[in-house]
Design a protein around this ligand. Sequence first.
Ligand code: G6P
Length: 528
Amino acid sequence: MTASALWQRYQDWLYYHEGLDFYLDISRMRFDDRFVETMLPKFEHAFAQMKDLEAGAIANPDENRMVGHYWLRNSDLAPNADLKKDIVETIQQIESFTHDVHSGAIHPPSATKFTDVLSIGIGGSALGPQFVAEALSADAPAMAIHFIDNTDPAGIDRVLAKLGDRLSTTLVVVISKSGGTPEPRNGMLEVQNAFQEKGLDFSKQAIAITGTGSNLDQLAKSEGWITTFPMHDWVGGRTSELSAVGLVPAALQGINIHEMLEGAKEMDIATRIPDLKSNPAALLALCWYFSGDGKGKKDMVVLPYKDSLLLFSRYLQQLVMESLGKEKDLDGNVVHQGIAVYGNKGTTDQHAYVQQLREGVPNFFLTFIEVLKDRSSASIEVEPGVTSGDYLSGLLQGTRKALYENERDSITLTIPEVTPRMVGALIALYDRAVGLYGFLVNINSYHQPGVEAGKKAAAVVLDVQSKVMEALKKENTPIPLATLALNAGVPDDVESVYKIVRHLAANNRGITLHGDPAKPGSLTVSAT
Ligand SMILES: O=P(O)(O)OC[C@H]1O[C@H](O)[C@H](O)[C@@H](O)[C@@H]1O
């Protein structure tokens, strides 16, 4: 296509949202009008299903749940008065709690104010708060936030070491929808232990955000934690950033949560329009479908050209991959759906893997995110008439062009600046695009049955570990791994036994391995 034909295509397909000053350019996706024609009936169907979902249909049939994250930013949409009241009251509760923490009305036992927030959670109970903190937290925020999002002891130690004596003025926020996920449970126990070692009262410095009646909810109530915030079963973890899960940590940092909600609401209105060209989420879903042939054949590379949006791709990774990565469609057919997502930021990634994107295997499409405003103050010139921001902008344009010339497609989102309103809008845009795409390919985007398999397998390993320890206690001399596996009741799973004892031995847990590590089959084990 000539430059002028491309310019025309740019104008023909450009979506612009006036209120948000948001642009979506899909001109560099090489679909044609015929493809769009074939997609229109599918979109009609998807729009109708989305309407039902918003009206409170059981859009997550496997878990028999409504899907209500859109109600969080417009409680008038909630299907009944109780839900509406719940949404409004939770936001009021968040506001008054945050006000009391900032004013010192709620304070730690040993000081007049809390200084830090320690957020403990994983997956949907971490990625949104982390993305928003990175994007919007001020340089000197009302309260600095820290995260424990794993069960890695060294990672936990690092966070606690960084907090040091400020642990006594740290507000701990334990987030878990189910209230039973092992990683945040472990993080909480480790932090409780750190409090105890320092002679601090954990319960006076902790709050929980969790489903009503969950194990975590019961624990927080029985131990008399400061307060709890509800997480509703109609909000999925990966779409929970605009529920208490994301709003509490954001508000504590001093981020304007009303603007976040407002931006999401505006984008929700735009993405509710049942007309392809007027709906930015539908346009995104169209591009994803086109690129991967409705089967996820191409990966989504997300490159925001703004450091503060670094964690957006990580946030989207869960949203897109956990929602769309499904074995079966809604009719039970095996479909193996999904779209892989990766990316960090531009231009940084241009110096890492854009070489392959330009010349290597063409198994992806790009999403550039452009932010028009460079910085709040004036810029120096790094060359006559050129600023650092001009470089950032030029490199984005140049990369988009160079990739397109090599038949690598891209989408470009342009926002005026990274504000709470725009972040809310971006979250809402992708929530909806994922939902629409899920309907286009006829899958349940709102459950995650595949995650269970890994959790169950981990529980089995831990069970084998206790049997191995029991079996070893009965031995006075080193025994072969195969004998240990037999005595532990898992004769066919010597490999698991080997990995368990190797890990225990590396951590001075009273177990020694004897023999040549290069020949695991010949090793013997003893309890020390
Ligand atoms: O918030 P929680 O119940 O602790 O869940 C945390 C995460 O764990 C799971 O493994 C799910 O796959 C995620 O969707 C979820 O966000």
